[in-house]
Write a protein that binds this ligand. Structure first.
Ligand code: ADP
Ligand code: MG
Length: 701
């Protein structure tokens, strides 16, 4: 086959004119032969069976019948006309019905000629009726490509409106297969095909569209899933290898004064084993010749901050600056103060840069960064601005990375001649098996242990009807000197309503918890940052006992004295959000509580989420459930990984295949990193083509 065959623009395909091409592009993103070939069916109709009309039984079944039209008539009805055909075989009669395209049908249908019809039947009394059947003359049906399992392709309203029905798409694919003579270049090495007993490429493509049997379909699916995941892994792993080999890292060999002083004199607690392990992993990276790109995963409260600080000190000891970025101003603030406190009297320059930093302070920071007086810059996105220039940035730490995109990561890379080491910290637990595959280009460290002495948060689910009891409980806790969060959902689509809920809630709490006995803070996204910070601060300092808020407090806020988390309309939150919110309490020595408030009507998914929260506090277990409920796309956000644009594989359901694919990709690259070996020619070829295309590679920065 001509190697460029698959790049052929789709209008060249017989049966596809410019109009259809436009629709295919806008509705399904199909522009080339390759795109069409990779439009995989959602499901298949089994057409191995032919029914007699007398055998028809249930409404709603898809059936195939052979018979003749003996009569056609137009029936007037209130809302327009319908065309009705009397269709008979030797066992009985039924109706075929058209509401659209009646003229064309009337002119083209042949009476008294045997047809094969296929479609869904509805039963009216004793008569079966098939609306808009697929029809084929029996003699053509017998000559045509024998399709025993009919593919059902993804469809949209617009496609059907433009006449691009499933049958039309199916014909297009047939045409393509005909033109290609069914010969597609193999993309996997022979030894892998043999070892895993994979179906060859051509056979897989034929059988994914027009399966000859259930068994061949299963094998085709397996092979194509494997191939898809294999190439994603190949790409991720080779990117990592290239980075390790080509991008020289800044050497952080020495452990110097700052690190030692801090470790010996200022460490406020004994590090957990998990923290020690992770610091060791990071030090290994920093001491090697390669640039570090590491993801640090640790549940809320697992103590990532101290790990970050120790890495920062290592950077400083080796003569470099470091920055720590957080997604919100509140969090940046808290990090700044937290680090300052940890550093105590140590002679380290640290500053905070956010959107609300005053111009004079800003100028001072710019200068101090340039002349090297400033060692640590903590901040928000403001740190990324071009005006912010370091003399020698050696380490960049990003906290709660799910809010930072790939583009921002790459901006950091260019803050220094040699890219700084990068540590990304996240409290979003990602199931272990997935993390390694999703972030195949990052190294992953996990803090899988909480500091000692933490009491697990007691979590309960309460219905709104029990609100009074819940309020009484809050009062009791406040009497003991504790503080309480009350969190309301805020979702873009229902923002106005959600604000109303928040305000109503605030008022009702203000009524039940009157001043001066109780002081209440309120924080939400519509407030000016300064007002937000003021309210936050009052709560942090213990001047208010209740914090009413939207999810702005989700990330990072640390108030150890807060022991109760009330989550209103908890059924509307996702699991990972619930888990994050719950992580705001249980940070002090006291028993903490999380109360999930809901209405009475709960969907099955919502019930599962609530039960999971009540049952476990293990972030990884929660992440597994979340992944199953929501699928990976929602869970990870879109920009995170090419794995989310998969055409046929599913990283949750096909995790086993993913592991196999990853293993084989790794072995192959170990053996032949540049894909120079002749036995890998096919792989190299396919890899190059993929990199040109738009499929899974679009996301790569
Ligand atoms: P996160 O991983 O959520 O960012 P933090 O770094 O904010 O967690 O730590 C949570 C709390 O636990 C902080 O108050 C911190 O001082 C404390 N902490 C961290 N590590 C330890 C430890 N090894 N022993 C005791 N307390 C610790
Ligand atoms: Mg944190």
């Amino acid at each position: 086959m001509n190697p460029n065959f698959l790049q052929t623009p789709i209008p060249y395909l017989k049966g596809v004119g410019p109009n259809r091409a436009d629709t295919l592009k806008s509705e399904l993103g199909i522009e080339t032969y390759r795109d069409l070939l990779h439009l995989f069916p959602n499901r298949y109709l089994d057409k191995t069976q032919y029914y007699k009309i007398s055998q028809l039984q249930s409404s709603g079944a898809d059936v195939q019948v052979v018979g003749k039209i003996i009569h056609l008539k137009t029936v007037e009805q209130k809302r327009g006309k319908r065309l009705v055909a009397k269709f008979v075989d030797e066992t009985g009669e039924m109706e075929l019905v058209w509401f659209r395209a009646q003229k064309w049908i009337r002119e083209n249908l042949k009476l008294n000629e045997p047809y094969v019809v296929f479609g869904r039947v509805n039963r009216y009394g004793s008569t079966f009726s098939m609306p808009h059947p697929e029809m084929e003359l029996l003699k053509e049906h017998q000559q045509g490509l024998k399709i025993s399992m009919q593919p059902i392709y993804p469809s949209t309203e617009k496609l059907s409106a433009k006449g691009i029905t499933n049958r039309v798409i199916s014909k297009m694919v047939q045409q393509l297969l005909l033109e290609s003579k069914g010969l597609f270049q193999e993309s996997l090495p022979t030894y892998i095909l043999e070892e895993l007993r994979l179906l060859p490429k051509s056979e897989s493509l034929l059988n994914i569209h027009f399966p000859k049997s259930q068994e061949l379909l299963a094998r085709a699916q397996f092979r194509l899933k494997f191939e898809e995941l294999f190439f994603v892994q190949l790409q991720l792993i080779s990117k990592k290898l290239v980075r390790k080999q080509k991008i020289k890292g800044l050497p952080f060999g020495a452990v110097g004064e700052n690190f030692s002083t801090f470790f010996n004199k200022h460490l406020p607690f004994e590090l957990t084993n998990a923290q020690k392990k992770v610091i060791k992993e990071i030090r290994n990276d920093l001491g090697s010749n390669a640039q570090m790109n590491r993801l640090l995963q640790g549940d809320v409260g697992s103590g990532k901050t101290i790990v970050a600080l120790m890495c920062i000190l290592l950077a400083i000891d080796n003569g470099f600056q470091a920055c720590l970025m957080a997604p919100t101003e509140i969090l940046a603030n808290q990090h700044y103060h937290g680090l300052k406190e940890l550093l105590g009297k140590m002679n380290v320059g640290i500053a905070l840069l956010t959107g609300s930093t005053k111009k004079s302070e800003r100028n001072r920071i710019h200068e101090a960064l340039q002349n090297g007086d400033l060692h640590i810059l903590v901040g928000t996105h403001a740190v990324l601005e071009d005006k912010v220039q370091f003399t020698n940035l050696g380490l960049a730490i990003i906290d709660e990375q799910h809010r930072f995109g790939v583009a921002q990561r790459s901006k950091l890379w260019h803050k220094n001649n040699t890219p700084p080491h990068i540590l990304v910290m996240t409290a979003t637990p990602i199931p272990r098996t997935l993390a390694m595959s999703l972030y195949g280009d990052l190294d992953v460290s996990v803090i899988d242990e909480l500091p000692p002495g933490r009491k697990p948060v007691k979590t309960v689910h309460r219905f709104d009807a029990n609100r009074l009891k819940v309020f009484q409980f809050i009062k009791d806790e406040i009497k003991k000197g504790r503080q309480v969060y009350v969190v309301y959902p805020l979702i873009k689509e229902s923002e106005a309503l959600d604000y109303k809920d928040l305000m109503d809630g605030y008022e009702s709490i203000a009524r039940d918890f009157p001043m001066p006995e109780y002081q209440i803070s309120i924080v939400h996204g519509k407030m000016k940052p300064a007002d937000k910070d003021y309210e936050m601060d009052r709560f942090v300092r213990g001047e208010t006992q209740i914090m009413v808020a939207t999810t702005v407090i989700e990330v990072g806020v640390n108030v150890p004295n807060a022991s109760v988390m009330i989550i209103e309309s908890a059924e509307r939150f996702g699991l990972s959000q619930l888990h994050q919110l719950r992580g705001r309490v249980g940070r002090g020595a006291d028993q903490s509580y999380c109360i999930l408030m809901t209405g009475n009507k709960l969907s099955e998914d919502a019930k599962t989420r609530l039960q999971t929260m009540v049952k476990t506090s293990d972030g990884f277990e929660i992440a597994e459930v979340d992944l199953k409920l929501r699928g990976p796309g929602d869970l990870m956000g879109t920009q995170q990984s090419g794995l989310l644009n998969l055409k046929i594989a599913d990283i949750v359901k096909d995790n086993q295949i993913l592991q196999t694919a990853r293993y084989h990709a790794l072995q192959l690259l170990k053996k032949d990193p540049a894909l120079q070996n002749p036995e890998h020619a096919s792989v190299k070829n396919a890899y190059a083509t993929l990199a040109m295309g738009k499929d899974i590679w679009g996301y790569i920065s």
